[in-house]
Design a protein around this ligand. Structure first.
Ligand code: HEM
Length: 127
């Protein structure tokens, strides 16, 4: 089997976030933020948080160029029926920013991740 290496440039954001370990830690911080966010915590009442942690870590690893393969369901499928509003989406973005601040991720790196996630907005809201 021939493994094609991912070019260093493509992996840059993944590396900036501290690789798999850094992303896992960031998702942990995000979960702590969500847990105290009355605007959106109700969505997670029945969620399997260990799975959410693992799947979001894999997802972020993959979309930032890391050597991971996301094995969860596609974004629209996951969020269909939740009817997440635009302001609830923004609430989660605020929680993510707070988590990135807590993890001392530089603002330039924060903005790169936010740009990638913002592009997925229509796959998550009003479904
Ligand atoms: C770009 C933004 C978002 C991304 C990339 C994202 C990504 C994910 C991923 C990867 C999962 C795990 C899927 C699986 O287990 O197969 C998930 C689950 C979930 N997401 Fe999102 N999400 C986003 C926005 C939101 C927002 C704004 C909310 C609510 C306000 C939300 C609520 C949930 C809930 C409740 C689950 C757990 C579903 C369950 O296990 O039953 N997500 N999301």
């Amino acid at each position: 089997m021939v493994l094609t290496p991912v070019p260093a440039k493509a992996q840059q954001l993944y590396q900036e976030l501290g690789g798999r370990e850094g992303i896992s830690q960031l998702v942990e911080s995000l979960i702590l933020e969500i847990a105290t966010d009355d605007r959106i915590i109700h969505y997670f009442a029945d969620a399997d948080i260990d799975r959410f942690h693992e799947m979001l870590t894999l997802h972020i690893c993959e979309v930032t160029g890391g050597p991971c393969t996301y094995t969860g369901a596609p974004m629209p499928e996951v969020h269909r029926g939740m009817a997440i509003s635009a302001s609830e989406f923004n609430a989660l973005v605020e929680d993510l920013i707070a988590a990135m601040e807590a993890e001392k991720i530089p603002v330039g790196t924060q903005n790169k991740l936010l740009a990638i996630l913002a592009a997925m907005r229509d796959d998550v809201i009003r479904l």
